[in-house]
Ligand binder design. Structure first.
Ligand SMILES: [Zn+2]
Length: 163
């Protein structure tokens, strides 16, 4: 194959946003659209795409070795790129969650487990990087198989009522 020449130029604007989402191919186009049209990021974001997405930010206590490596990548991006905003996206039918033991979460329901992890990650980030604003989202699909992305509150209705 000859060299491919993209129509896109190299983006030399600074990115202030880091997006963390899952590798699942079914959501890539929809998430890309959400980031550029929904959040209007205009391609100006760093991207960390790994199985389970933001779930890895909650693994510090369970898999310290893994958390150490992934934490280094994460810190590198946050500190070297002077990021100001984090966008964490979980998604419907995430295969990674099927590989996790159920005892890690307070509910066996996939959606509840994922929201629990988004909130855990948010708490950890608020401690470690208090200067960075974190947003939580959940991607799914509707009756027409179109990707939907909804914001998730950083506190559950239950724990908010308790406070
Ligand atoms: Zn996934």
């Amino acid at each position: 194959m000859p060299t491919f020449n993209a129509s896109s130029k190299v983006n030399s604007a600074d990115a202030e946003v880091l997006v963390v989402h899952c590798s699942d191919h079914r959501f890539q186009a929809g998430i890309h659209e959400f980031l550029n049209q929904g959040l209007k990021l205009g391609e100006n974001y760093d991207l960390l795409v790994i199985p389970g997405g933001p779930q890895y930010l909650t693994l510090v206590e369970y898999i310290p070795k893994f958390a150490w490596a992934s934490g280094r990548w994460f810190r590198y991006l946050v500190e070297q790129h002077e990021l100001k905003r984090l966008v964490l996206i979980a998604h419907q039918d995430c295969g990674w969650y099927k590989s996790l033991p159920l005892h890690l979460h307070s509910s066996p329901e996939p959606r509840d487990r994922q929201e629990e992890d988004l909130r855990r990650a948010h708490r950890w980030l608020a401690q470690e990087f208090p200067e960075i604003h974190t947003e939580l989202y959940y991607a799914g699909w509707d009756a027409n198989d179109q990707v939907t992305v909804e914001p998730i509150a950083s506190q559950s209705a239950r724990s908010a009522a308790r406070v």
